[in-house]
Design a protein around this ligand. Structure first.
Ligand code: FCB
Length: 413
Protein backbone atom coordinates (compact mmCIF):
# COMPACT_ATOMS: atom_id res chain seq x y z
CA UNK A 1 0.00 0.00 0.00
CA UNK A 2 1.30 3.41 -0.94
CA UNK A 3 0.74 6.85 0.53
CA UNK A 4 2.48 9.78 2.14
CA UNK A 5 3.72 10.84 5.57
CA UNK A 6 3.66 14.10 7.51
CA UNK A 7 4.37 15.31 11.06
CA UNK A 8 1.93 17.50 13.01
CA UNK A 9 4.20 20.46 13.74
CA UNK A 10 5.57 20.61 10.21
CA UNK A 11 2.15 21.21 8.66
CA UNK A 12 -0.41 22.36 11.22
CA UNK A 13 0.57 25.92 12.15
CA UNK A 14 -1.12 28.01 14.82
CA UNK A 15 0.30 26.39 17.97
CA UNK A 16 2.40 28.49 20.36
CA UNK A 17 2.53 25.94 23.14
CA UNK A 18 5.37 23.76 21.95
CA UNK A 19 9.15 23.71 22.12
CA UNK A 20 9.63 24.30 18.39
CA UNK A 21 7.66 27.52 18.42
CA UNK A 22 9.74 28.67 21.40
CA UNK A 23 12.99 27.61 19.70
CA UNK A 24 12.17 29.16 16.32
CA UNK A 25 11.40 32.44 18.08
CA UNK A 26 15.06 32.70 19.15
CA UNK A 27 17.27 34.46 16.62
CA UNK A 28 19.53 32.33 14.43
CA UNK A 29 17.90 28.96 15.05
CA UNK A 30 16.03 28.56 11.74
CA UNK A 31 17.89 29.16 8.47
CA UNK A 32 15.26 31.37 6.83
CA UNK A 33 13.97 32.91 10.06
CA UNK A 34 10.51 31.30 9.73
CA UNK A 35 8.64 29.65 12.60
CA UNK A 36 6.20 26.73 12.57
CA UNK A 37 3.41 29.18 13.35
CA UNK A 38 2.21 29.34 9.76
CA UNK A 39 3.60 26.10 8.27
CA UNK A 40 0.93 24.90 5.83
CA UNK A 41 -2.03 25.94 7.98
CA UNK A 42 -3.21 22.35 7.89
CA UNK A 43 -4.93 22.80 11.26
CA UNK A 44 -7.52 24.83 9.37
CA UNK A 45 -7.13 23.33 5.90
CA UNK A 46 -7.27 19.64 6.84
CA UNK A 47 -10.50 19.09 4.90
CA UNK A 48 -9.01 20.44 1.68
CA UNK A 49 -5.82 18.42 2.21
CA UNK A 50 -7.72 15.22 2.95
CA UNK A 51 -9.84 15.63 -0.17
CA UNK A 52 -6.66 16.19 -2.17
CA UNK A 53 -5.16 12.96 -0.82
CA UNK A 54 -8.32 11.13 -1.81
CA UNK A 55 -8.16 12.68 -5.30
CA UNK A 56 -4.63 11.32 -5.65
CA UNK A 57 -5.88 7.90 -4.60
CA UNK A 58 -3.48 7.60 -1.65
CA UNK A 59 -4.17 4.34 0.15
CA UNK A 60 -2.44 5.11 3.42
CA UNK A 61 -1.44 8.24 5.32
CA UNK A 62 1.00 8.60 8.20
CA UNK A 63 0.14 11.63 10.34
CA UNK A 64 1.13 12.97 13.73
CA UNK A 65 -0.92 14.21 16.66
CA UNK A 66 0.56 17.20 18.47
CA UNK A 67 1.13 16.47 22.13
CA UNK A 68 1.13 20.16 23.13
CA UNK A 69 -2.38 20.57 21.74
CA UNK A 70 -3.77 17.45 23.39
CA UNK A 71 -2.10 17.99 26.79
CA UNK A 72 -1.61 21.77 27.01
CA UNK A 73 -0.83 21.56 30.75
CA UNK A 74 0.57 18.52 32.59
CA UNK A 75 -2.24 16.02 33.13
CA UNK A 76 -4.89 18.32 31.56
CA UNK A 77 -6.25 17.06 28.28
CA UNK A 78 -8.08 19.08 25.64
CA UNK A 79 -11.21 17.44 24.32
CA UNK A 80 -11.32 20.06 21.52
CA UNK A 81 -7.96 18.88 20.23
CA UNK A 82 -8.99 15.23 20.45
CA UNK A 83 -12.26 16.02 18.65
CA UNK A 84 -10.35 17.84 15.94
CA UNK A 85 -8.20 14.77 15.23
CA UNK A 86 -11.26 12.52 15.42
CA UNK A 87 -12.95 14.56 12.71
CA UNK A 88 -9.85 14.56 10.53
CA UNK A 89 -9.23 10.82 10.90
CA UNK A 90 -12.94 10.17 10.38
CA UNK A 91 -12.81 11.95 7.02
CA UNK A 92 -9.65 10.08 5.98
CA UNK A 93 -11.38 6.78 6.67
CA UNK A 94 -14.52 7.88 4.87
CA UNK A 95 -12.38 8.66 1.83
CA UNK A 96 -10.68 5.27 1.99
CA UNK A 97 -7.29 6.50 3.22
CA UNK A 98 -6.01 4.30 6.06
CA UNK A 99 -4.42 6.29 8.90
CA UNK A 100 -1.17 5.46 10.70
CA UNK A 101 -0.74 7.75 13.70
CA UNK A 102 2.59 8.92 15.16
CA UNK A 103 2.57 9.65 18.90
CA UNK A 104 5.82 11.61 19.07
CA UNK A 105 7.54 13.32 16.17
CA UNK A 106 10.34 15.58 17.51
CA UNK A 107 8.07 18.06 19.34
CA UNK A 108 7.24 18.51 23.00
CA UNK A 109 4.81 20.71 24.91
CA UNK A 110 6.70 23.71 26.30
CA UNK A 111 6.02 22.45 29.85
CA UNK A 112 7.71 19.10 29.09
CA UNK A 113 10.63 20.93 27.49
CA UNK A 114 10.85 23.08 30.62
CA UNK A 115 11.49 20.09 32.91
CA UNK A 116 14.31 18.77 30.69
CA UNK A 117 12.09 16.66 28.40
CA UNK A 118 13.58 13.25 27.65
CA UNK A 119 16.43 13.63 30.14
CA UNK A 120 13.92 13.87 33.01
CA UNK A 121 13.81 10.68 35.14
CA UNK A 122 10.00 10.61 34.89
CA UNK A 123 9.87 11.45 31.16
CA UNK A 124 8.78 7.97 30.10
CA UNK A 125 5.85 7.83 32.52
CA UNK A 126 4.81 11.38 31.68
CA UNK A 127 4.66 10.56 27.96
CA UNK A 128 2.89 7.23 28.58
CA UNK A 129 0.07 9.11 30.31
CA UNK A 130 -0.44 10.98 27.02
CA UNK A 131 -0.19 7.77 24.98
CA UNK A 132 -2.84 6.09 27.13
CA UNK A 133 -5.17 9.02 26.60
CA UNK A 134 -4.73 9.20 22.81
CA UNK A 135 -5.03 5.47 22.23
CA UNK A 136 -8.13 5.30 24.43
CA UNK A 137 -9.76 8.29 22.74
CA UNK A 138 -8.85 7.48 19.12
CA UNK A 139 -8.82 3.69 19.38
CA UNK A 140 -12.15 3.20 17.62
CA UNK A 141 -10.76 5.03 14.56
CA UNK A 142 -7.08 4.06 14.55
CA UNK A 143 -5.33 0.76 15.18
CA UNK A 144 -1.96 1.38 13.51
CA UNK A 145 0.59 3.37 15.51
CA UNK A 146 4.09 4.74 15.31
CA UNK A 147 5.21 5.30 18.91
CA UNK A 148 8.21 7.57 18.32
CA UNK A 149 9.84 9.08 15.28
CA UNK A 150 13.60 8.62 14.92
CA UNK A 151 14.83 8.60 18.53
CA UNK A 152 18.44 8.55 17.25
CA UNK A 153 18.00 11.69 15.13
CA UNK A 154 16.13 13.37 17.98
CA UNK A 155 18.87 12.56 20.51
CA UNK A 156 21.72 13.57 18.24
CA UNK A 157 20.14 16.77 16.91
CA UNK A 158 18.94 18.02 20.31
CA UNK A 159 21.94 16.96 22.40
CA UNK A 160 25.03 16.40 20.26
CA UNK A 161 24.83 18.76 17.29
CA UNK A 162 22.65 21.26 19.11
CA UNK A 163 20.56 22.10 16.04
CA UNK A 164 17.21 21.18 17.60
CA UNK A 165 15.94 22.52 20.94
CA UNK A 166 17.38 22.83 23.53
CA UNK A 167 20.59 23.08 21.47
CA UNK A 168 22.84 21.31 23.96
CA UNK A 169 26.07 19.53 23.12
CA UNK A 170 26.53 16.76 25.64
CA UNK A 171 27.33 13.10 25.01
CA UNK A 172 25.98 11.83 28.36
CA UNK A 173 22.68 13.65 27.66
CA UNK A 174 22.55 12.20 24.13
CA UNK A 175 22.81 8.70 25.56
CA UNK A 176 20.26 9.40 28.27
CA UNK A 177 17.72 10.70 25.74
CA UNK A 178 18.19 7.71 23.44
CA UNK A 179 17.85 5.34 26.38
CA UNK A 180 14.70 6.96 27.71
CA UNK A 181 13.12 7.02 24.27
CA UNK A 182 13.91 3.34 23.69
CA UNK A 183 12.35 2.49 27.06
CA UNK A 184 9.39 4.68 26.15
CA UNK A 185 8.89 2.78 22.90
CA UNK A 186 8.97 -0.65 24.58
CA UNK A 187 6.58 0.43 27.32
CA UNK A 188 4.24 2.13 24.80
CA UNK A 189 4.26 -1.04 22.71
CA UNK A 190 2.99 -2.97 25.74
CA UNK A 191 0.55 -0.29 26.83
CA UNK A 192 -1.05 0.09 23.41
CA UNK A 193 -1.57 -3.66 23.16
CA UNK A 194 -3.09 -3.68 26.62
CA UNK A 195 -5.66 -1.08 25.54
CA UNK A 196 -6.06 -2.37 21.99
CA UNK A 197 -4.97 -6.02 21.69
CA UNK A 198 -5.28 -6.11 17.89
CA UNK A 199 -3.20 -2.92 17.34
CA UNK A 200 -0.26 -2.83 14.93
CA UNK A 201 2.63 -0.97 16.60
CA UNK A 202 6.18 -0.03 15.68
CA UNK A 203 8.50 2.96 15.68
CA UNK A 204 9.98 4.90 12.77
CA UNK A 205 13.69 4.12 12.84
CA UNK A 206 16.03 6.45 10.97
CA UNK A 207 18.57 4.20 9.30
CA UNK A 208 21.21 5.01 6.75
CA UNK A 209 24.09 3.25 5.07
CA UNK A 210 27.44 4.19 6.54
CA UNK A 211 30.11 3.28 4.00
CA UNK A 212 33.83 4.04 4.38
CA UNK A 213 35.18 6.80 2.13
CA UNK A 214 38.63 5.13 2.21
CA UNK A 215 39.48 1.55 3.13
CA UNK A 216 40.96 2.71 6.40
CA UNK A 217 37.64 4.28 7.41
CA UNK A 218 36.03 0.87 7.57
CA UNK A 219 36.20 0.35 11.35
CA UNK A 220 34.79 3.85 11.92
CA UNK A 221 31.88 3.13 9.54
CA UNK A 222 31.04 0.04 11.60
CA UNK A 223 31.28 1.97 14.86
CA UNK A 224 28.99 4.71 13.51
CA UNK A 225 26.42 2.18 12.35
CA UNK A 226 26.37 0.59 15.77
CA UNK A 227 26.28 3.76 17.85
CA UNK A 228 23.85 5.68 15.66
CA UNK A 229 21.37 2.95 14.83
CA UNK A 230 22.09 -0.67 15.76
CA UNK A 231 22.33 -0.22 19.53
CA UNK A 232 18.94 1.50 19.36
CA UNK A 233 17.55 -1.25 17.10
CA UNK A 234 18.42 -3.87 19.72
CA UNK A 235 16.95 -1.80 22.55
CA UNK A 236 13.72 -0.72 20.86
CA UNK A 237 12.91 -3.82 18.80
CA UNK A 238 14.42 -6.49 21.02
CA UNK A 239 14.35 -4.91 24.48
CA UNK A 240 18.07 -5.57 24.84
CA UNK A 241 20.00 -2.55 26.12
CA UNK A 242 23.76 -2.58 25.54
CA UNK A 243 26.16 -0.92 27.95
CA UNK A 244 26.56 2.06 25.60
CA UNK A 245 22.87 2.73 26.22
CA UNK A 246 23.32 2.37 29.97
CA UNK A 247 22.62 -1.37 30.28
CA UNK A 248 19.36 -3.23 30.89
CA UNK A 249 16.73 -1.05 32.57
CA UNK A 250 14.52 -2.72 35.16
CA UNK A 251 11.34 -1.59 33.36
CA UNK A 252 12.07 -3.55 30.15
CA UNK A 253 12.83 -7.23 29.62
CA UNK A 254 14.21 -8.65 26.39
CA UNK A 255 11.37 -9.55 24.03
CA UNK A 256 9.70 -8.49 20.80
CA UNK A 257 8.54 -4.89 20.69
CA UNK A 258 7.34 -4.45 17.12
CA UNK A 259 4.61 -5.62 14.78
CA UNK A 260 6.35 -4.12 11.75
CA UNK A 261 9.83 -2.76 11.04
CA UNK A 262 9.41 0.97 10.50
CA UNK A 263 12.17 2.38 8.32
CA UNK A 264 12.83 6.02 7.48
CA UNK A 265 15.39 5.95 4.72
CA UNK A 266 16.90 8.92 2.89
CA UNK A 267 20.59 8.62 2.18
CA UNK A 268 23.99 7.15 2.86
CA UNK A 269 26.99 8.67 4.59
CA UNK A 270 30.58 8.45 3.44
CA UNK A 271 32.49 8.01 6.66
CA UNK A 272 35.87 9.75 6.74
CA UNK A 273 37.51 9.59 10.15
CA UNK A 274 35.07 11.18 12.56
CA UNK A 275 33.27 13.15 9.87
CA UNK A 276 30.28 12.32 7.74
CA UNK A 277 30.72 13.17 4.06
CA UNK A 278 29.20 12.43 0.67
CA UNK A 279 30.80 10.22 -1.99
CA UNK A 280 32.04 12.51 -4.76
CA UNK A 281 30.41 12.27 -8.20
CA UNK A 282 27.21 10.58 -6.94
CA UNK A 283 23.65 11.87 -7.38
CA UNK A 284 22.64 14.35 -4.67
CA UNK A 285 19.48 16.25 -3.70
CA UNK A 286 19.10 19.99 -2.99
CA UNK A 287 20.46 19.51 0.54
CA UNK A 288 23.51 17.62 -0.76
CA UNK A 289 22.25 14.23 0.51
CA UNK A 290 23.34 11.33 -1.70
CA UNK A 291 20.55 9.58 -3.60
CA UNK A 292 21.30 5.90 -3.10
CA UNK A 293 18.26 3.63 -3.56
CA UNK A 294 20.19 0.37 -3.04
CA UNK A 295 20.87 1.48 0.54
CA UNK A 296 17.20 1.04 1.33
CA UNK A 297 17.19 -2.67 0.53
CA UNK A 298 20.64 -3.21 2.04
CA UNK A 299 19.46 -1.75 5.33
CA UNK A 300 16.13 -3.55 5.21
CA UNK A 301 17.88 -6.86 4.51
CA UNK A 302 20.20 -6.41 7.41
CA UNK A 303 17.46 -5.37 9.81
CA UNK A 304 15.12 -8.13 8.68
CA UNK A 305 17.81 -10.79 9.17
CA UNK A 306 18.03 -9.85 12.84
CA UNK A 307 14.42 -8.81 13.40
CA UNK A 308 12.12 -10.62 10.96
CA UNK A 309 8.75 -9.09 10.22
CA UNK A 310 6.79 -7.04 7.73
CA UNK A 311 8.59 -3.92 6.56
CA UNK A 312 6.95 -0.52 6.43
CA UNK A 313 8.88 2.31 4.83
CA UNK A 314 7.53 4.96 7.16
CA UNK A 315 9.47 7.72 5.34
CA UNK A 316 11.42 8.09 2.11
CA UNK A 317 11.69 11.24 0.04
CA UNK A 318 13.89 14.05 -1.20
CA UNK A 319 14.46 17.80 -1.23
CA UNK A 320 13.91 18.92 -4.83
CA UNK A 321 12.71 22.50 -5.15
CA UNK A 322 12.36 22.52 -8.92
CA UNK A 323 10.87 19.06 -9.54
CA UNK A 324 14.04 18.18 -11.41
CA UNK A 325 14.28 14.58 -10.18
CA UNK A 326 11.59 13.67 -7.61
CA UNK A 327 9.73 11.30 -9.97
CA UNK A 328 12.98 9.57 -10.85
CA UNK A 329 13.80 9.29 -7.15
CA UNK A 330 10.40 7.74 -6.52
CA UNK A 331 10.72 5.30 -9.40
CA UNK A 332 14.22 4.24 -8.35
CA UNK A 333 13.23 3.59 -4.73
CA UNK A 334 10.02 1.80 -5.69
CA UNK A 335 12.01 -0.35 -8.11
CA UNK A 336 14.45 -1.67 -5.49
CA UNK A 337 11.48 -2.41 -3.23
CA UNK A 338 9.58 -4.21 -6.00
CA UNK A 339 12.63 -6.26 -7.00
CA UNK A 340 13.39 -7.36 -3.45
CA UNK A 341 12.17 -10.62 -1.87
CA UNK A 342 11.70 -8.93 1.48
CA UNK A 343 8.17 -8.53 2.87
CA UNK A 344 7.66 -4.82 2.11
CA UNK A 345 4.04 -3.96 2.93
CA UNK A 346 3.87 -0.17 3.03
CA UNK A 347 5.53 2.81 1.43
CA UNK A 348 4.91 6.28 2.90
CA UNK A 349 6.52 8.97 0.79
CA UNK A 350 7.89 11.95 2.68
CA UNK A 351 5.99 14.11 2.27
CA UNK A 352 2.52 15.13 1.20
CA UNK A 353 2.81 18.92 1.00
CA UNK A 354 5.92 21.15 1.20
CA UNK A 355 6.26 22.00 4.87
CA UNK A 356 8.27 23.54 7.71
CA UNK A 357 11.48 21.54 7.58
CA UNK A 358 12.77 22.01 11.15
CA UNK A 359 16.04 24.03 11.30
CA UNK A 360 15.98 24.40 7.48
CA UNK A 361 12.71 26.36 7.71
CA UNK A 362 10.57 26.61 4.60
CA UNK A 363 13.47 26.34 2.15
CA UNK A 364 13.74 22.66 1.12
CA UNK A 365 10.69 21.26 -0.62
CA UNK A 366 9.95 17.59 -0.03
CA UNK A 367 6.26 17.56 -1.04
CA UNK A 368 4.47 15.86 -3.91
CA UNK A 369 2.13 18.83 -3.54
CA UNK A 370 3.52 22.36 -3.85
CA UNK A 371 2.64 24.93 -1.21
CA UNK A 372 2.72 28.68 -1.69
CA UNK A 373 3.37 29.66 1.93
CA UNK A 374 2.02 33.20 1.44
CA UNK A 375 -1.34 32.21 -0.01
CA UNK A 376 -1.39 28.59 1.25
CA UNK A 377 -2.43 27.54 -2.21
CA UNK A 378 -1.76 23.85 -2.97
CA UNK A 379 -0.76 22.61 -6.43
CA UNK A 380 -0.14 18.98 -7.28
CA UNK A 381 3.40 18.57 -8.63
CA UNK A 382 4.31 16.24 -11.52
CA UNK A 383 5.64 13.78 -8.91
CA UNK A 384 2.21 13.86 -7.25
CA UNK A 385 0.56 12.95 -10.54
CA UNK A 386 3.20 10.28 -11.05
CA UNK A 387 2.62 8.70 -7.64
CA UNK A 388 -1.14 8.75 -8.23
CA UNK A 389 -0.59 6.99 -11.55
CA UNK A 390 1.61 4.33 -9.95
CA UNK A 391 -1.07 3.61 -7.34
CA UNK A 392 -3.76 3.45 -10.02
CA UNK A 393 -1.75 1.20 -12.34
CA UNK A 394 -0.42 -0.91 -9.43
CA UNK A 395 3.07 -0.42 -10.83
CA UNK A 396 5.15 1.78 -13.09
CA UNK A 397 3.99 1.43 -16.69
CA UNK A 398 6.16 2.21 -19.72
CA UNK A 399 3.95 5.26 -20.43
CA UNK A 400 4.33 6.65 -16.92
CA UNK A 401 8.06 6.06 -17.06
CA UNK A 402 8.36 7.86 -20.38
CA UNK A 403 6.20 10.77 -19.25
CA UNK A 404 7.54 11.44 -15.75
CA UNK A 405 10.87 9.72 -15.23
CA UNK A 406 12.86 9.51 -18.47
CA UNK A 407 13.10 13.30 -18.94
CA UNK A 408 14.53 13.76 -15.42
CA UNK A 409 18.21 13.78 -14.45
CA UNK A 410 19.97 13.70 -11.10
CA UNK A 411 22.53 16.34 -10.27
CA UNK A 412 25.93 14.93 -9.33
CA UNK A 413 27.72 15.99 -6.19
C1 FCB B 1 13.21 12.96 8.79
C2 FCB B 1 12.13 13.51 9.71
C3 FCB B 1 11.05 14.27 8.98
C4 FCB B 1 11.63 15.17 7.92
C5 FCB B 1 12.53 14.38 7.01
C6 FCB B 1 13.09 15.16 5.85
O1 FCB B 1 14.38 12.72 9.52
O2 FCB B 1 11.52 12.45 10.41
O3 FCB B 1 10.31 15.00 9.93
O4 FCB B 1 12.31 16.21 8.50
O5 FCB B 1 13.58 13.82 7.75
Amino acid sequence: MIGTATAALQIEGGDRNNNWYDWASLPGTIKDGTTPLRATDHWRRWREDTELMATLGLQVYRMGVEWSRIEPRPGEFSSEAIDHYREEIGLLRERGVRPLVTLHHFTNPSWFQGIGEWTHPESVNIWLRFVRRVVTDLGDLVDEWVTLNEPNVYAVMTRLYGEFPPGHKSLPETIKVMRHMAIAHCRAYELIHEIQPHATVGFAHHVRSFDPLHVWDSPMAKINTYLFQDALTDAALGGRFALVLGGQPRQVSPGKYYDYLGINYYTRSAVAGISDRVFPGKPVNDLGWEIYPEGLTRIAQDLHARYPGPIWITENGTADNTEAFRSRYLADHLRVIAESDLPFERYYHWCFVDNFEWAEGEIPRFGIVHNDFDTQERTIKPSGHFLAQVIKDRGVTAEALAQYVVPQRYRLG
